[in-house]
Design a protein around this ligand. Structure first.
Ligand code: PDD
Length: 287
């Protein structure tokens, strides 16, 4: 039994669906040895993947960035995700996809002529509860000490893992990270600032992961007439925010109501959050 996983669900590994307990990879897999791989997390609502095309486009960009040939076409990835979803009864799921460079004798340089390892699994998705959406979450600030290729959705996540634990150790849900005094992102989410009715977010560059919800919030802001400024956001601006939010596949959009123990704005979810949340729920209902 694996902690946190019930039963023995089917997973996908290199062309086959097998029970999780039977799915094995070589200890020489470069994902294991070097963290040499990339991944995606696709939320599924009412058994339908949300923003699949955007997730597959990001998967392709991540593979391209680390020079692993994409092992599947978009149609093949879609079929794989559809089959994974069929393996569970749950209406809402999140599908995890991972591609590593493959198995070879340990050597940092890329081996020639190896095939990537392709892994996929799905889990029931407990969406953020009504209580959580209403109470909001706590966050703490910290310096962003990760590498300079954060736009790649890499499985090398040690910096993110340590950042998330920094939050947990301080009884917070997420960190808000700063590089050279400017906002980057959370350990596993994008961060949004609201000031005087305007939405502020760091630009999409190599210092943050371009979340699929980042793109969706950008679209919603434009559709709802919420002014959005994508530019460097200073720590002082974050600390003086009227509202703060985080967004990710598994957290959707959540209000951050306390930062380093201080209330954010009025200390409760604000009006811009409410509008974006409504838009998110409507998009899911329309799937
Ligand atoms: N994390 N930034 C980082 C560093 C992330 O790891 C994530 C998502 C995001 C938000 O991206 P999206 O909206 O596409 O989920 C931003 C996923 C959920 C994870 O690692 O589990």
């Amino acid at each position: 039994m694996i902690p946190g996983i019930e039963g023995d669900p089917l997973v996908y590994l290199n062309g086959e669906f097998t029970p999780l307990s039977q799915a094995k990879i070589s200890v020489l897999d470069r994902g294991f040895i070097f963290g040499d791989g990339i991944y995606e997390v696709v939320p599924v609502y009412g058994r339908k993947p949300f923003r699949m095309a955007q997730h597959l486009a990001r998967l392709a960009r991540s593979l391209d960035a680390i020079r692993i040939p994409n092992p599947h076409t978009a149609e093949q990835w879609q079929a794989l995700v559809a089959r994974l979803v069929e393996t569970l009864d749950a209406q809402d799921q999140f599908v995890y996809l991972q591609v590593t460079r493959g198995v070879a004798k340990r050597d940092h340089a890329f081996p020639r002529n190896i095939s990537p390892t392709v892994f996929g699994m799905t889990s029931p998705f407990a969406r953020p509860s009504a209580e959580l959406r209403e109470s909001g979450v706590k966050a703490v600030t910290m310096p962003d000490e990760r590498w300079l290729h954060c736009h790649i959705k890499s499985t090398s996540l040690l910096g993110n893992v340590l950042a998330r634990q920094y939050a947990v150790d301080r009884d917070a849900t997420e960190v808000v990270m700063f590089r050279d005094g400017f906002l980057s992102e959370g350990s596993s989410s994008n961060i949004w600032v609201v000031k005087d009715g305007r939405l502020l977010a760091p630009q999409k560059n190599h210092l943050i992961l371009e979340g699929i919800r980042y793109g969706f919030i950008e679209e919603m802001a434009s559709a709802k007439g919420i002014p959005l400024e994508m530019r460097p956001v200073s720590k002082a601006e974050v600390q003086a925010a009227d509202e703060l939010m985080l967004s990710s596949a598994t957290k959707e959009i959540l209000p951050i109501v306390s930062l380093d123990g201080q209330p954010v704005g009025a200390g409760r979810p604000g009006p811009v959050y409410a509008r974006l949340r409504q838009g998110y729920d409507e998009a899911i209902a329309a799937l």
